[in-house]
Design a protein around this ligand. Sequence first.
Ligand code: ZN
Length: 468
Amino acid sequence: MYDLLLKNAWVVDPLNSVNGIADVAVLDGKIAKVQREIQDHAKEIIDFTGMVLQPGIIDSHVHLGIMWGSPFGPRMLAMNGVTTCLDMAGPLEDILDNVPTYGVGINIAILQFASPPFTFKNSAPTQQEMTDLIDKSLADGALGVKLLGGHYPLDPEVSAQLIRTALERKAYVAWHAGTTKNGSNINGMIEAVKMADGYPMHLAHINAYCRGAIHDSMEETRIAIDLLKANPNICCESYISPKNGTRLTCNPDGSVQSKVTGNCLRAFGFTEDADGIRKALLAGKAFAVYDAGGYSDLATGEQALKLWEEAGSDVGGSFNINPPLPRIALAQAKRDDGSFVVDAISTDGGCIPRNVILSQGLSLVKLDILSLSEFAQKTSLNPARMLRLENKGHLSINADADITVYNLETQTPVASFIGGRKVLFNGELVSKGATVICTEHGKNAIEARGMKAIVVDPGKQIKRIPAS
Ligand SMILES: [Zn+2]
């Protein structure tokens, strides 16, 4: 007697080369059987005829901290079929404190930001300040740290030292490339790869370095792909939305705080200051993120200017800054062994309103840029490997019953299950809380908050799998 039997969906499981109509049985939160027709009894049987069923979607780059938009990140992810996510900035305390109120049952890994002017006083923290921040973050339940170099850069040597320190302490390390020397562009990416020095590092949103800031955007894309092929220690994702995520905060002297916002303003022909932001908002080129009640949304024009002024400029923002062809080339590129150069498709969404893995990602399948199996690999199997989650990303017997069901025709989610438990069902979110993916150092802190912890070891080697 199974707990759950999901019948008649088109099942895609790249690790086990499953790609066809099948039934999936779940027992005690684990996958019990996958085959063409399962006749055994189950407590609950759900028919998914005409739908696609794949291992739960893992978004390897999201934001859940309120400072990036709203407290509704978990909700916005789950409504889009995501079952597990990697938060790429924190703040850690803010996200964990919000789980009892805003958690919807999805699995969350959190990277604390290691960035001035937030968690460091300035762009040159001492060795002791680095060690303290990393150790405290891990002990509080973070999976590791994120360098927001593109927005709030550290000195190059300091960035390298921080990465070394984090790796020594077995923290997961991610970097939005950029230092005080090189910006968030292809040169910043080259610098970041060099500073990783052969050690494992997650380089954030590769598409962000291929926007044509230094060379033609497709030339930058070619450079990025060659660089990743030559440096397999770098794991990475890229996203498919035209919109980026940044902050529109200005300093008291009117200068713009985030370097990325400066780049965007320059690219659209505005000055890199408060006046430039004002004009970009009014021209419909800059967008402000706001809490729309239950989710966050983007505003532009007069409405956005009002939001931005009322918040004293301190709001999340967005620009349509990503050209289309690099996004497609990065999604498709493969290594000689058939594995993907850019491991995963992410969104950089969460509480930033662009959770488009299904709504835009499935267009890549329809355009024949990715097969359905490759799509499942880039949205579940590969990001599971990045997070060292051995029991997720596939539907092997005894794997976690994390499942996303979607309608390929409409590119919309239909249902999701985590550990065999319903999360998204009939258009509603029916779970609460969160399971936190952390290191052994943070298990106690997470459990003390009444949450479940999944302990992983970010020091472990990642094994890439050729696409099936
Ligand atoms: Zn991000």
